[in-house]
Ligand binder design. Structure first.
Ligand SMILES: N[C@@H](CCC(=O)N[C@@H](CS)C(=O)NCC(=O)O)C(=O)O
Length: 219
């Protein structure tokens, strides 16, 4: 089976979702590490004109946008299925993937996790407390809705692990590293145990920031 090449700065939760799906399917992948300054350089813009990460190569096929990559992986290797057969559960999965992109990440997770984790760890920045405080209402709204949709189920879209879990959990894992996590999960008591269950899975253990950073050093 042709290896996937994943172009990313180590630590990206979007890239981790792709790694998790590949691990779940038992598909081989390798890391092509980028430094933050390389995202806007011509070599990466040729793969991803918007200068984001991840971008993947699979043989002569290049693809960016995490949801598209996840669905490509799921269609390429149907076992285990990462999309529910039931069409309503599949619609719930799709909905949660979009909630992740539009409401959990944009204006919420991207601000809080950047200010608390990425900026201090990678760029030596001091967190912008005003920006974090301004992002909290959106983050609360996203957590409340994801917690509501998870209620009574072991996984986001029902009884089995799906692309929604692969996508949302790395975003949540990033936020779990911040002091804001306690406030965000207090009124959604099901989210922290769900994240713990996800992080106990071998595919999560194989794709931690630390392990991916080690892969980057070895690449
Ligand atoms: N819609 C894109 C979003 C990817 C994205 O925003 N990735 C972040 C990293 S977690 C990024 O590239 N940030 C760098 C930047 O915005 O300069 C996807 O789903 O792949």
């Amino acid at each position: 089976m042709t290896d996937f090449t994943i172009h990313t700065v180590p630590g990206s939760p979007f890239a981790r979702a792709v790694m998790i799906a590949l691990e779940e399917k038992g598909l081989p992948w390798r890391l092509a590490p980028l430094a933050p300054g390389q995202l806007r350089q011509p070599a990466h813009l040729a793969r991803h004109p918007f200068g984001r990460m991840p971008a993947v190569e699979h043989g002569d096929f290049t693809l960016y946008e995490t949801q598209a990559i996840l669905r490509y992986v799921d269609r390429l290797a149907p076992t285990p299925p990462l999309t529910p057969a039931d069409r309503r559960a599949a619609a719930r999965m799709d909905q949660l993937m979009n909630i992740s992109d539009w409401y959990l990440f944009q204006g919420a997770g991207n601000v809080i996790a950047f200010e608390r984790v990425v900026g201090p760890r990678l760029l030596g920045r001091v967190p912008d407390e005003a920006a974090i405080a301004a992002a909290m209402p959106k983050a609360h709204q996203a957590f409340d809705e994801i917690g509501r949709l998870l209620a009574g189920k072991p996984f986001l879209a029902g009884d089995a692990f799906t692309l929604a879990d692969a996508m949302v959990a790395p975003q949540m894992a990033f936020l779990a590293l911040t002091p804001e996590w306690a406030a965000l999960t207090t009124r959604n008591a099901n989210l922290a145990p769900w994240l713990e269950r996800m992080e106990a899975r071998p595919n999560f253990k194989a794709t931690t920031w630390e392990l991916v950073a080690d892969l980057a050093k070895a690449a």
